[in-house]
Design a protein around this ligand. Structure first.
Ligand SMILES: Nc1nc2c(ncn2[C@@H]2O[C@H](COP(=O)(O)OP(=O)(O)OP(=O)(O)O)[C@@H](O)[C@H]2O)c(=O)[nH]1
Ligand SMILES: *[C@@H]1O[C@H](CO)[C@@H](O)[C@H](O)[C@H]1NC(C)=O
Ligand SMILES: *[C@@H]1O[C@H](CO)[C@@H](O)[C@H](O)[C@H]1NC(C)=O
Length: 446
């Protein structure tokens, strides 16, 4: 970027022409000319110590999610925060900083480092950028002038809860309810997890009680703080602005898996499942905005296999009644293979080794993506989850696990590919479950 090399000062005397030229050299979303100047230029904030290029910097929105939450719930939180970003951009030039992946409870494959993972390892960044401007954390560090986040807001509920029947959207600065996960170092900076970027510091941390959808935070960010970089921690406390609406789906559709993972999945489909986009009628367009499947003619056929997601581990430890035994699941699989006149079954599962062994005995013909150690290191647990999801998304028929966000994301992927909902919104029933309600169909709004 041309702007970076110029080490001048950010001052009012800066020739407007120069500013204009520099803006032209920036990506279009940075250059939004009609937008008001960023915080650094506003009265009282034109900190002379800042290099002048910060005059054209956007304001940065960062966020993080409660540590125990998994990969697929985090993907949902991204959609909520993207919606907030869209609201902010109606008034100012904001950019979303993608929170590095890592340290997830489920990602425990030994001997590989799984923190500070960039989004580009799992998702296609140009596709995300067709929806909202996003940058990786490393880019934020490079362009914002160092590992500092000016304002951290920890989102929380209201100490008193909410009275039934009196739902209202609200947000207030309140004392922190839980023990703060940030502490002051001897220089007065706040230290915290910060995605394992140990050098990152917060300049100010405070708690906001919030009840409402993501955009309820917008007025605070626009009016109550002039910080150039603002992080919302515990962002899962925000609800969707409009679940299942056009904005929701635009963001969801923009979350295209990284190409290198799709390629691995496609090669596996071809080699082991006789499945290709051409034969399956799942033509894929690299530009998601061009992927519009009209419902009447929507007939992705899918590869000649049954796709199965069997969520185990913590889903069976509680003896949940909506999750089947392996025997129960295999019985259902055989019945589906017969009804659908299919021979092959692809199984995605997080089952422990002993369960996988048992499954192999009960279902000898099952096909799984079994990574070598090298592949595990390359793609990591998150990449393997993506590959499994991608293969399940291309099956002629899919059946998943009750209320698993992993299965939900497969539903959405199939919806995007244009499958008949009857082949998608299916789940296993518990062995003794009486009222086995099937997943809801969410139709894309284009
Ligand atoms: N490769 C692979 N990993 C899986 C599978 N099922 C679960 N996992 C792993 O286990 C984690 C399950 O947690 P997630 O589904 O991501 O997160 P969550 O929000 O807790 O979702 P659920 O617990 O399923 O509702 C995933 O992130 C994967 O790493 C699977 O079929 N294949
Ligand atoms: C934001 O500013 C308004 C107006 O000054 C004030 O009433 C409100 O309490 C502030 N909200 C927060 C969360 O700080
Ligand atoms: C920290 O942020 C809070 C909330 O915006 C604000 O009230 C407080 O004055 C800030 N403290 C400092 C030292 O800037």
């Amino acid at each position: 970027m041309a702007a970076r090399g110029l080490g001048g000062r950010c001052s009012a005397e800066l020739p407007l022409l120069l500013l204009g030229l520099a803006v032209l050299a920036l990506p279009p979303w940075l250059a939004a000319a009609s937008e008001p100047p960023p915080a650094a230029l506003r009265a009282g904030h034109a900190a002379s110590s800042k290099k002048w290029y910060s005059c054209v910097l956007p304001r940065y929105l960062l966020y993080d999610v409660n540590p125990p939450e998994g990969f697929n719930l985090r993907r949902d939180v991204y959609i909520r925060v993207a919606s907030l970003l869209k609201t902010l951009r109606k008034s100012e030039n904001w950019v979303l900083v993608l929170p590095p992946w890592g340290h997830l409870y489920h990602w425990q494959s030994p001997d590989i480092l799984q923190t500070r993972i960039a989004w580009s390892e799992f998702f296609d960044i140009p596709s995300l950028n067709r929806n909202i401007p996003v940058i990786e954390y490393e880019q934020f560090l490079a362009e914002s002038g160092g590992p500092f986040i000016e304002q951290v807001y920890v989102l929380q509920g209201y100490a008193e809860g909410w009275k039934e029947g009196t739902w209202e959207e609200k947000i207030d600065e309140k004392p922190c309810i839980d023990q703060l996960m940030y502490s002051k170092d001897k220089h007065g900076y706040y230290r915290g997890w910060f995605w394992d970027y140990k050098e990152t510091r917060g300049l100010n941390v405070s708690c906001l009680s919030v009840q409402g959808s993501a955009s309820v935070v917008a007025p605070i960010l626009l009016k109550n703080t002039s910080a150039q970089s603002v992080m919302l921690d515990r962002a899962e406390n925000l609800l969707h602005d409009h679940y299942g609406g056009k904005d929701y789906w635009n963001t969801r559709r923009s979350m295209v898996f990284a190409k290198h993972l799709r390629v691995v999945g496609d090669e596996f489909r071809k080699k082991y499942l006789q499945s290709t986009d051409e034969a399956d009628k799942t033509q894929y367009k690299e530009d998601w905005t061009q992927m519009k499947v009209k419902s009447l003619t929507s007939t992705a056929l899918g590869g000649p296999y049954l796709g199965v997601h069997l969520r185990r581990r913590d889903f069976i430890w509680g003896h949940r009644e909506d999750v089947p035994s392996l025997q129960g699941a295999v019985k259902k699989i055989y019945s589906l293979l017969e009804t659908l006149n299919l021979e092959k079954v692809f199984v995605a599962t997080d089952a422990v080794e002993e369960e996988v062994e048992l499954l192999k005995k009960l279902l000898p013909e099952m096909v799984r993506f079994e990574p070598s150690l090298e592949e595990l290191e390359l793609y990591k647990d998150g990449g393997l989850a993506v590959i499994d999801q991608w293969i399940c998304a291309h099956a002629r028929y899919f059946i998943g696990t009750s209320v698993s966000t992993f299965s939900f994301r497969i539903h959405e992927e199939r919806e995007i590919l244009g499958f008949d909902p009857k082949t998608t919104y299916n789940r296993f029933c518990g062995d003794t479950e009486k009222n086995c309600e099937q997943p809801a169909h969410w139709k894309i709004v284009y």
